[in-house]
Design a protein around this ligand. Sequence first.
Ligand SMILES: Nc1nc2c(c(=O)[nH]1)N[C@H]1C(S)=C(S)[C@@H](COP(=O)(O)OP(=O)(O)OC[C@H]3O[C@@H](n4cnc5c(=O)[nH]c(N)nc54)[C@H](O)[C@@H]3O)O[C@H]1N2
Ligand SMILES: Nc1nc2c(c(=O)[nH]1)N[C@H]1C(S)=C(S)[C@@H](COP(=O)(O)OP(=O)(O)OC[C@H]3O[C@@H](n4cnc5c(=O)[nH]c(N)nc54)[C@H](O)[C@@H]3O)O[C@H]1N2
Ligand SMILES: [Mo]
Length: 762
Amino acid sequence: MSATPNENTPEQFEKLNVSAPADKAGGAGAVYHAMRHAVGKAGVARAKAALTKLNQKSGFDCPSCAWPDPDGHRSAFEFCENGAKAVASETTASRIDAAFFARHSVSELADRSDHWHDQQGRLTEPMVLREGRSHYEPISWEGAFELVADELKKLSSPNDAVFYTSGRASNEAAFLYQLFVRAFGTNNLPDCSNMCHESSGLALKQSIGVGKGTVTLEDLREAELILVIGQNPGTNHPRMLSTLQQAKEKGARIVSINPLREAGLVAFSHPQRVTQVLGGKTPLADTFVKIRTNGDQALFQAIGKRLFEMEASGRSVLDCDFVNEYTAGLGAYRDSLKAKSWESLLDACGLERSVINELAAAFASKKRIISCWAMGLTQHRNAVATIRDLTNLHLLRGAIGIKGAGMCPVRGHSNVQGDRTMGIYEHMPEWFYKALDKEFGIECPRAVGLNAVQAIRYMKQTSGCVFFALGGNFLSATPDTEYTAQSLRNCSLTVHVSTKLNRSHLITGKKALILPCLGRSEKDEQKSGAQWVSVENSMGIVHSSSGQIPPASPQLKSEVAIVCGLARKVLADRNISIGWSEFESDYASIRSAIERVVPGFENYNLRARQPGGYYLPNPVKERRFETDTGKANFSVAPLDIERAEKGRLLLMTIRSHDQFNTTVYGLNDRYRGVKGERRIVFANPEDMKRLELSGDDIVDVVSFFNGKQRVSRMYRLVPYDIPEGCVAMYFPEANTLVPIDHIATGSETPASKSVQVEIRKR
Ligand SMILES: Nc1nc2c(c(=O)[nH]1)N[C@H]1C(S)=C(S)[C@@H](COP(=O)(O)OP(=O)(O)OC[C@H]3O[C@@H](n4cnc5c(=O)[nH]c(N)nc54)[C@H](O)[C@@H]3O)O[C@H]1N2
Ligand SMILES: Nc1nc2c(c(=O)[nH]1)N[C@H]1C(S)=C(S)[C@@H](COP(=O)(O)OP(=O)(O)OC[C@H]3O[C@@H](n4cnc5c(=O)[nH]c(N)nc54)[C@H](O)[C@@H]3O)O[C@H]1N2
Ligand SMILES: [Mo]
């Protein structure tokens, strides 16, 4: 049984339709596509009930990205096309029940595409795959909890269990989950952040003392210079475009640094402004820097070098007051840049000296500078060093901790940041463990747990582990799909708390469970009445989210109820008294416990409920840098970029416009001009000529790492405006090619944006 989606047959490529990429994002098209998806899937009444409450102060938080909602007035349509798709996928009228699983064997389901899986609808009842069986069968909730408890008890050590989290879990669910896992006895809490912004968190923590962003929406509106680096907001954070539009109208200059000219950054039509729906648009990026994949570190170092040269020639470029009072390590940083030749820096980023001069001049003449970035920076071997090199530039200019300036890692999953704040991490600081011990009378394990990549390796080499996932699609989201499949198959039990069917339910341990849960949009009734939950967005605002529509099935449980039910069973014979039943019946009691454990959550029940929520404290905003030196640290890094080796190309794996991570809503990538197909490779026309490849060819892609090759078969080439030597493919399909050991130094995030590949004609 294959762990990856089926390969195409040559005839299937006939649906592929390629046209010119769009010259703007948003507009009437976005509204049309949003409504078509929502109404088509959910039916008019359910879609309307859900969408009118999406991102409203009394409604529910969008389950798509983590971009914040406006602090003040909110329009009636406070969502984007892709938020609507996420809601449509969750509120769909289609259902998967026991009869569905009786009809389709696991191996038959594994042969279907990810798109087909999403179309089958919501999971409705707990299902078990017993050892040696071909089909999932129904099981009671109690039976399911008992099975998990039995398998966990059989382990020789709690460290043979792995508890993954995806970033949709609420603060309440995440807090209880990590408490349960630590009371059970392990810190094995990998999460989707390990594949996502882990590099940003680590880099910022080392440089400025806080592993989160330092700006607000208001700061973005006040900024004079905004860099959008390695990010495709038109697709992945569409509501960010209206903020950029407002900044632009106030005079901000926007620079996009990306190998691809993404439509959303070229221009934007606001879907709620009548003139723009009718065709008008605001050009967004003033400057497009077409960087070679992974050339960013060299670019940031080159800008730094140029700023020092300008300073040396008598211009006052550095913010000396800031640097003297608040930073450490300037001298070593300056010396390291001096020692690097212009030639090596320009060669490494593939840009002309004039581009560097222009960007350095922009940095030198503006104070209110914000850098936004996402996966284009984090998923490389040198990601941590690159983000620290970017931070260096802000420190030189004192562009941090003041209005309109700072660092803005744009988060992915809607509550990935909150989950980390709640303790979903394999390596929490000692004060956190102490606070948990005190509050709950337990003794948290202190040994560092496993992150995602380490967990995959561990489960592969250790037979009979238990893998448990609170959301997500571990098999498809992690690198090296065939390797990860072996590690999941080596488990005694794999368990998934999920809303929708995905490939991780089909590549399983000896036994497997699917535990279906409520989605964000659904009402959550417990013993004490209707419950709400809370989340933290990309800018550190904590706010409430209340489900609005009836659950997809009466058998669904909330994530909180599932964790509590499980904890009661698993910890039954331990001498631990944690009030799981009280937590389950009234979530306010969970928030009270969080308030006593996690700083910044004082008066949590009240403040999270106030319209719009509240900001968590962030010392960097007051220029307090809680690092090892007590100052903001300049960093020094060797230039360490990934270049395609001779005859090879550098592969980035990216998202299409019709997917949310591993959930595939459709087969189009509208803004890039691709319709009807996902098995494609975007390639530079000159490279294609050189390699004697044409758009009609069907090809296999082979990746190379440490002497080992990995193959993904049956793709069509699409000639595209991408730097020479670089290619792009969609994830999750391309994850087969990402080597498990090709990871970012320090953060261990899979380097899925720079993989060495060869393209072979079939
Ligand atoms: N609709 C929708 N929204 C989403 C998601 C989704 O799948 N669908 N996913 C959510 C999640 S979890 C996340 S983390 C975010 C992801 O949001 P993004 O980071 O925007 O997602 P990617 O598609 O990975 O795009 C990465 C961008 O980086 C560029 N890039 C690649 N390599 C390099 C490089 O070396 N240097 C530079 N400068 N740029 C590079 C690519 O061209 C692309 O524009 O979106 C979130 N929002
Ligand atoms: N090659 C490559 N790989 C990547 C990336 C890349 O750019 N390139 N990006 C990485 C990034 S940034 C991320 S964040 C990860 C994402 O990794 P994950 O978070 O593991 O994956 P998702 O696809 O978001 O998870 C989708 C599943 O979550 C379940 N789900 C949806 N909503 C809920 C809910 O409310 N509760 C519960 N319990 N389950 C729910 C559904 O069953 C659905 O099938 O992938 C990473 N993988
Ligand atoms: Mo992410």
